[in-house]
Design a protein. Structure first.
Length: 343
């Protein structure tokens, strides 16, 4: 202390670049912060933290979610929960809209006569109007020439001496799994492809051709009788491609024999092409045929002493199972339907 009672000022030395203040984690700084200085009135101030007046306990509750930063008004709106069903997983938005449109038509009590005829697959609506005007359509035994005539579902409509139905053609492509048979019903109560496509159409559809119970792959179901007859009749020679897995490697000699044709009970089974699959072992081959004999692919290889362990149809009439999971289905696009009609 100096004589006048003031402390002598210490010489202030410049701080070096490497030096720094003691951190808050040091003992000295902890001791200083832990002791709060008394205020002018002598009362101590409450402990505060960076969060303001909240102490550490309240901040912990805030961080754990007990206290929310923003309180929203309760809403009566129910959150949208998308249904996780197999049907929703296999159908796109466009396909669902297409099915909804068909379902609305099914539940209508009446339908215009030209639309009735167009839905049967005979012709377009404009062409149906011309047929009606020419007096070629009968309803319940009477010729109808009135444009816009409404037909009930119970009415009997005849064109060209044949009864017609107002069902709109529906085309469903299924990637068939094992254990299902390709029929509409089974006397032994076995699983059928109809079980997999129960919600595919409001109309009754039928499988086009057959795949045996252990064969997997693409199969078409439709209510279009004209297309069904066209795709299954031998004269149209529809192409089918199979992926075959054998119990052992296929020799080059046997592959050549299959390519030349194998004689079976029905005659010579002609094969359009056969080859090994790139990147696969020699017991896996691809085979293309157009004949529709029962279990023909399996019998071709059995004739030469091979056993087919797995058989998968990857293409039928230009349709493939691309982007269709096993056991799932999808509706054909308009382009695919037009391609089928042009075959």
């Amino acid at each position: 202390m100096s004589e006048d009672g003031k402390r002598p000022e210490r010489d202030k030395k410049p701080r070096s670049a490497g030096s720094s203040r003691p951190s808050g984690n040091s003992r000295s700084s902890g001791e200083r912060t832990s002791k709060s200085r008394p205020s002018a009135g002598g009362a101590r101030k409450p402990k505060t933290t960076r969060g303001g007046d909240r102490n550490f306990d309240s901040r912990d509750k805030y961080e754990n979610g007990d206290k929310k930063p923003f309180s929203k008004k309760p809403s009566n709106k129910k959150p949208y929960i998308r249904p996780e069903t197999a049907e929703d997983k296999t159908k796109s938005f466009i396909q669902r809209r297409r099915l909804e449109k068909i379902s609305k038509e099914v539940h209508k009590d009446t339908i215009r006569l030209n639309k009735y005829i167009a839905n049967s697959g005979i012709c377009s609506r404009r062409e149906a109007d011309e047929l009606i005007a020419q007096g070629l359509v009968e309803v319940n035994g009477a010729v109808v020439t009135e444009m816009g005539y409404q037909v009930q579902k119970t009415d009997r409509v005849v064109f060209d001496s044949q009864n017609i139905t107002p069902e709109k053609p529906v085309y469903v492509l299924l990637n068939k799994p094992k254990g299902y048979i390709s029929t509409t019903k089974d006397e032994k109560a076995r699983k059928t492809v109809m079980d997999l496509t129960a919600n595919a159409s409001p109309y009754r559809i039928f499988p086009v051709g057959r795949l045996d119970r252990q064969t997997t792959g693409v199969i078409l179901l439709t209510n279009d009788g004209h297309i069904t007859k066209k795709l299954t009749h031998p004269s149209f020679a529809m192409r089918k491609i199979y992926h075959v897995v054998l119990d052992r490697k296929l020799t080059n000699d046997d592959m050549k024999l299959i390519g030349e044709g194998i004689r079976l009970e029905e005659g010579v089974a002609e094969v359009d092409s056969i080859s090994f699959i790139e990147g696969k072992p020699k017991n896996e081959v691809g085979i293309e045929i157009h004949i529709g004999w029962n279990r023909v692919v399996r019998r071709i290889f059995q004739k030469l002493g091979y056993e087919v362990e797995a058989l998968d149809r990857v293409m039928f009439a230009g349709l493939t199972k691309k982007n269709i999971k096993r056991g799932h289905w999808r509706i054909l696009t308009e382009l695919e339907v037009n391609n089928l009609k042009m075959l």
